[in-house]
Design a binder for this molecule. Structure first.
Ligand SMILES: Nc1c(C(=O)O)ncn1[C@@H]1O[C@H](COP(=O)(O)O)[C@@H](O)[C@H]1O
Length: 151
C-alpha cells in the first residue's frame, strides 16, 4: 500500500488471506515517496517467490500501475477512498492502464480490498487444490450466513 493510512482499508485484504491461510506480507511502498523501494520490491517480487501482488493506493494512485510495469506477476489494484474525491481519483488512476500493462482493478475501498484478497486466493487456487477447497468453504459459509428474512 502507498501509505500507512491505507492500512484501515487494506487490512481487509489481509484478513481474508488470513482466513484462507494464504501466506502473505504487508508493506508500505510508494511510487511517489519511496520510488527506490518500489523499484526494488516490484523487480525482486517474482524472484523472491511472490505469486500475486495486491496494490492499494489513494488519490494519484500510481503504485499499482508502476508495480505492474516492473513485474509480470498479476497485480490487483485497490482504489483507496480519498477524502477530497471519495476515491474516484484513485479508481481512475488505477483502472485506465494503457494496453499491454494490466492491473486488475477492484472496487473503491473496503469491498475492493476484500475482493482483492479473494481474487488473489482464487488465482493461487488454480494450482493449489487445498486452497481451492478452503475458498469453496469460505464462499459456502458466506452463503449460509445470508439471512432470508431481513428482520
Ligand atoms: N497513491 C499513493 C502513492 C503511489 O501511488 O505510489 N503513494 C502514496 N499514495 C497515497 O497517498 C494517500 C495519502 O497518503 P498519506 O495519508 O500518507 O498522506 C494514500 O492513500 C496513499 O496511498
Amino acid at each position: 500500500m502507498g501509505s500507512t493510512s491505507d492500512w484501515e482499508t487494506m487490512c481487509h485484504a489481509a484478513r481474508v488471506l488470513d482466513e484462507l491461510e494464504v501466506s502473505h506480507e504487508t508493506k508500505v511502498v510508494s511510487a511517489h515517496r519511496t520510488p527506490q523501494r518500489l523499484y526494488d520490491y516490484a523487480n525482486g517480487a517474482a524472484e523472491r517467490g511472490l505469486k500475486t501482488i495486491i496494490a492499494g493506493a489513494g488519490g494519484a494512485a500510481h503504485l499499482p500501475g508502476m508495480a505492474a510495469a516492473m513485474t509480470h506477476l498479476p497485480v490487483l489494484g485497490v482504489p483507496v477512498e480519498s477524502k477530497a474525491l471519495k476515491g474516484i481519483d484513485s479508481l481512475y488512476s488505477i483502472v485506465q492502464m494503457p494496453g499491454g500493462i494490466p492491473v486488475g482493478t477492484l472496487a473503491i475501498g473496503k469491498p475492493g480490498a476484500i475482493n482483492a484478497g479473494l481474487l488473489a486466493a482464487a488465482i493461487l487456487a488454480t494450482s493449489d487444490e487445498a486452497l481451492a477447497q478452503r475458498l469453496k468453504a469460505w464462499r459456502a459459509a458466506q452463503t449460509a450466513g445470508v439471512a432470508i428474512d431481513p428482520e
